[in-house]
Design a protein around this ligand. Structure first.
Ligand SMILES: *Cc1c(COP(=O)(O)O)cnc(C)c1O
Length: 458
C-alpha cells in the first residue's frame, strides 16, 4: 500500500515516509492509493480490540513493515488503559455509548497517538535517528502526544499551549508529566499564534540537529486515523447483531468522522454518520447549506471542538465529492479560506443518505447531560453530550446508534459543578493531578525565543 496527496503532486510514498512527514509537500493530505477491503467474518471472530486492530493496521503499513513486524507493534502499542479491552460499551436504550476515554489521558486521542508514537520510534530505531515533536494544542492533542512519546528516548516533545479556553485538568495533564524529554510551553498568545509558530518551524527547520526529524502530531497524520478506524470495526465486532449501525460523532477537525468514513469504504456496514458540532458550525453549514466558509472561533464548554476550519475535511472533499480528482481539489483548497467552498449542487448531493449534521449549543448540551444523568445515572462529558442529542432523537428499535464518547467527564469539572452534579468515579489517569507540581515554561510568541529554548534542551 502506497500513499499520495489530495493535491496530486506528492505521490508513491511508502508508509514510513508519510508517517514521518505529516503534511504532503504540496500542502495536501496523504491518502491511501486504494481502500483495502476487510473480511467482516474475520472481524466478527476476534476476541479483543487488539485482535480487531491486527486485521486492520497491517493493510496500511505493508510498504514499510513486514506483516509480523506490524503485528508485534500493534500488540504492544496501546498501554496504560484502565479498561481491560481498552474500549468500553455502555447500552442506553437504543444507543450504545462507545467509551474511548479509558486511556492514560482520558480522551480518545490516545488511540491514534499511541499508535503513531510506536511507529515513530520503530522508524527512528531502524535509521538510528532522533526526532523533535512540535505541536500546538488547545485541548486534548497535546497531553495525548506527550504521554504517547514520553517513554521513547529518541523523541523530545515540545508542546505549546495558548493562554485560553483550556480546562485546568487539560493543562495539568501536560504540565505535570515528569519526564526529561517532555516540555510544556505556555505561550503568551492565542492558539492561532501557536499554530503559526509551528507552521514557521516546519518551513524553516533551522533549529534541528543534522539527521533529526521534525514530527507533526496534529490530526492530519494518517497513522492517527488508522488507530481510529480500529474502534469502528471493534464496535461492529461487539454489535453486529443489530441491524443498521449509525454513528454519532462529536466533531472538531473531522479526524474521527473521517476514520468512520474510511471504515465504511473498507467494508464496514454504516447507515448514517451524524457529524455533531457545537456553535463552531462550519461543518454543519456545509452539510446543511453547502457553505464551507471560515468564521471566527467561539469558546464553548466542549473546547476540543472549538475550531474555525476542520483540517481533515479536505480528505472527504477529495474522496467522496471529487471522486479523487486532485487537480480540482488543489484548486479548491489553494484559495481557501479566502474563497469559501461551495460545491455544484449535484456534487454536494453525494452526502445524502450517508452524512447528516446537527449543531448543539452550550445550553442544550448541559440539558442533555442532565437528562441522561437523571434517567440513567450515567454522566456524559460535554463533547459526547453534543453528539448524544441526535443519537437519542434518531435512534429506535430498527436504527441503533453508536455514540462516540470522546472524553471522560472528569476532565471538565466546572461544567458539572454548575449543574450541581458530583463526579464520583475519577479515572486513574486523572487522580492526584492537583497535588502534583507543574512545570510550565512561559515564553513569548516569538520564533527566536522558542527555537532558542528548543536548542538549549535538544
Ligand atoms: C479532539 C476531540 C474531539 C474532536 O475530534 P476530531 O477528530 O478533531 O473531529 C472531540 N472530542 C474530544 C474530547 C476531543 O479531544
Amino acid at each position: 500500500m502506497f500513499f499520495h496527496s489530495t493535491r496530486g503532486k506528492d505521490k508513491d510514498k511508502d508508509f514510513s515516509s508519510i508517517l514521518m512527514q505529516g503534511l504532503a509537500d504540496d500542502g495536501g493530505l496523504f491518502m491511501p492509493d486504494y481502500w483495502p477491503q476487510i473480511d467482516l467474518d474475520e472481524i466478527k471472530s476476534q476476541k479483543s480490540f487488539v485482535g480487531v486492530a491486527k486485521c486492520i493496521v497491517p493493510l496500511f503499513t505493508s510498504s514499510s513493515f513486514s506483516h509480523q513486524e506490524t503485528l508485534n507493534i500493534v500488540e504492544s502499542t496501546w498501554h496504560d488503559f484502565e479498561h481491560k479491552d481498552l474500549v468500553g460499551i455502555k447500552k442506553l436504550h437504543n444507543v450504545s455509548v462507545l467509551e474511548l476515554f479509558h486511556g492514560p489521558t482520558a480522551a480518545f486521542k490516545d488511540f491514534g497517538l499511541q499508535l503513531a508514537a510506536a511507529f515513530f520510534n520503530k522508524v527512528l530505531e531502524s535509521e538510528n535517528k532522533t526526532a523533535i515533536v512540535l505541536g500546538a494544542t488547545s485541548g486534548d492533542t497535546g497531553s495525548a502526544a506527550i504521554d504517547a512519546c514520553k517513554n521513547y528516548n529518541r523523541i523530545k516533545s515540545f508542546i505549546m499551549l495558548p493562554n485560553g479556553n483550556m480546562s485546568e485538568v487539560q493543562q495539568r495533564q501536560m504540565s505535570t508529566i515528569k519526564s526529561s524529554n517532555v516540555f510544556a510551553l505556555r505561550i503568551n498568545g492565542t492558539f492561532d499564534d501557536c499554530q503559526d509558530l509551528v507552521k514557521l518551524a516546519f518551513q524553516k527547520r533551522d533549529f534541528l540537529k543534522t539527521d533529526q526529524y521534525l514530527l507533526a502530531v496534529n490530526s492530519i497524520n494518517w497513522t492517527r486515523i488508522i488507530g481510529q478506524i480500529c474502534y469502528y470495526f471493534y464496535a461492529y465486532n461487539q454489535l453486529f447483531e443489530k441491524e443498521n449501525l449509525n454513528f454519532s460523532i462529536p466533531t472538531g477537525n473531522f479526524g474521527n468522522v473521517f476514520a468512520c468514513y474510511s471504515a465504511r469504504k473498507m467494508g464496514l456496514p454504516v447507515n448514517n454518520i451524524s457529524v455533531a458540532v457545537n456553535n463552531n458550525d462550519i461543518l454543519y453549514r456545509f452539510f446543511n447549506e453547502n457553505d464551507y466558509s471560515k468564521q471566527s472561533v467561539y469558546e464553548t464548554i466542549s473546547p476540543s471542538m472549538d475550531i474555525s476550519v476542520a483540517s481533515n475535511f479536505e480528505r472527504l472533499i477529495y474522496d467522496l465529492f471529487l471522486d479523487r480528482d486532485s487537480v480540482q481539489c488543489a484548486a479548491m483548497f489553494k484559495n481557501f479560506p479566502i474563497e469559501p467552498i461551495k460545491l455544484d449542487h449535484s456534487m454536494w448531493k453525494k452526502k445524502e443518505g450517508l452524512f447528516s449534521s446537527c449543531k448543539v449549543n452550550d445550553l442544550d448540551t448541559t440539558k442533555m447531560i442532565k437528562r441522561v444523568f437523571e434517567s440513567d445515572s450515567y454522566l456524559l462529558d460535554p463533547h459526547t453530550a453534543v453528539a448524544a442529542v441526535q443519537a437519542f432523537e434518531q435512534s429506535d428499535q430498527n436504527n441503533h446508534y453508536v455514540l462516540l464518547s470522546t472524553a471522560h467527564p472528569a476532565k471538565f469539572p466546572k461544567v458539572y459543578e454548575e449543574l450541581g452534579i458530583e463526579i464520583n468515579a475519577m479515572p486513574l489517569a486523572l487522580r492526584g493531578l492537583f497535588e502534583k507540581e507543574e512545570s510550565l515554561y512561559n515564553l513569548d510568541a516569538d520564533y527566536k525565543k522558542i527555537t532558542n529554548f528548543i536548542n538549549r534542551n535538544n
